[in-house]
Design a protein around this ligand. Structure first.
Ligand SMILES: *[C@@H]1O[C@H](CO)[C@@H](O)[C@H](O)[C@H]1NC(C)=O
Ligand SMILES: *[C@@H]1O[C@H](CO)[C@@H](O)[C@H](O)[C@H]1NC(C)=O
Ligand SMILES: *[C@@H]1O[C@H](CO)[C@@H](O)[C@H](O)[C@H]1NC(C)=O
Ligand SMILES: *[C@@H]1O[C@H](CO)[C@@H](O)[C@H](O)[C@H]1NC(C)=O
Ligand SMILES: *[C@@H]1O[C@H](CO)[C@@H](O)[C@H](O)[C@H]1NC(C)=O
Length: 293
């Protein structure tokens, strides 16, 4: 199956927000899959994970960690933390740090929830979430500029070809580096930039499955730029460069991107800081969510 000839899938729960901004406030879903009580073992296990994730050596070394804490089935908390591969280790740690601080405030007492910043993701659940391809819940952000009718064929041909290339690179990539970014010319000085990433615990085929679903959504929406966040993958495309250019490597698979050195700063996304503004965004988003859900 290729992106140029794909089947139609549907997200079971996809939220669309139209945004003019390139940097995002925290996005989250409280999944209402059960609640824990204060002062329970579950809570102390959750707090244990929250307080140690940003200093987890796996986060420091790979930008990803899938871990759990608990002695018994009913008090075990599972977590996944993931950073975008094109950011620096410092930005990654800082993003996870902010996410772990914000987390208890966004979905208090919920056993399962997920939070995304533009550059990192954090998930918790009482069930095992490791090595599972999950697309629900997902969220799509698109700009308000549609691809003109006359340019659609060229645009989607270029996009699907680039997606094929990127998905095959992710498929063959080292499991710790499930990230690929690339660009393709659209003629007359225009170009398309695309970035894909899966949680590194997914096998390549499962990663492609997730990206297909995200891509399907992009096609049905028809904007010139946007991003889709799912628990297992992320896809972003724009008509401008939004990722670290060092991540741009159009070489053929099975090229493995080496662990990126500490790279210069990224212009499009700064690590979130924990301010009252951040929390304010969370509250504001909550209202948006209820409008769109
Ligand atoms: C998670 O918690 C919910 C609600 O308390 C419970 O119904 C479910 O069985 C738990 N799942 C696991 C895997 O323990
Ligand atoms: C648990 O404690 C927090 C903070 O003290 C409070 O906001 C929340 O309502 C409590 N939850 C329950 C279920 O009592
Ligand atoms: C991350 O790892 C590097 C090299 O292994 C080490 O020097 C650094 O102190 C670590 N940073 C944190 C925050 O743990
Ligand atoms: C897109 O959104 C921006 C910012 O809100 C607005 O200024 C612009 O007029 C919108 N463009 C279209 C085509 O709706
Ligand atoms: C992709 O981007 C790089 C760096 O900006 C540029 O040198 C290259 O020409 C671009 N390729 C296409 C096909 O647009």
């Amino acid at each position: 199956m290729s992106f140029s000839r794909m089947l139609i899938f549907f997200f079971s729960r996809l939220i669309v927000l139209i945004t003019a901004k390139s940097s995002l406030p925290p996005l989250y879903f409280c999944l209402d899959k059960g609640y824990f009580s204060n002062d329970s073992t579950y809570e102390s296990n959750l707090n244990g994970l929250l307080s140690t994730l940003s200093s987890n050596p796996e986060i420091n070394h790979t930008g990803f960690c899938s871990t759990s804490l608990g002695q018994n089935d009913d008090d075990t908390v599972n977590a996944i933390a993931l950073c975008r591969r094109d950011i620096t280790t410092k930005e990654c740690i800082s993003c996870i740090d902010v996410a772990t601080r914000v987390f208890p405030e966004i979905c208090p007492n919920q056993k399962e929830s997920i939070l995304w910043y533009d550059i990192c993701m954090l998930r918790f659940s009482n069930r095992s979430i490791s090595r599972k391809m999950e697309i629900d819940p997902s969220m799509g952000f698109f700009n308000n500029i549609s691809v003109p009718e006359s340019e659609r064929t060229q645009f989607y041909t270029a996009l699907s070809e680039l997606m094929d290339n990127l998905a095959s690179r992710v498929k063959f990539a080292d499991s710790r580096h499930n990230f690929a970014a690339g660009n393709v010319s659209l003629g007359s000085n225009k170009a398309l930039y695309v970035m894909v990433q899966c949680t590194p615990d997914l096998a390549g085929e499962r990663c492609s499955d997730c990206l297909f679903l995200a891509y399907d959504y992009i096609i049905s929406y028809g904007s010139t730029g946007g991003k889709v966040f799912a628990p297992s993958c992320q896809l972003r495309y724009e008509m401008y460069l939004f990722f670290e250019p060092d991540a741009l490597d159009m070489s053929e698979p099975p090229q493995v991107r080496p662990t990126p050195p500490i790279s210069p700063t990224i212009s499009t996304s700064s690590p979130p800081t924990r301010t009252s503004g951040t929390i304010g965004n969370v509250k504001k988003l909550n209202i948006l969510f209820s409008l769109f859900m």
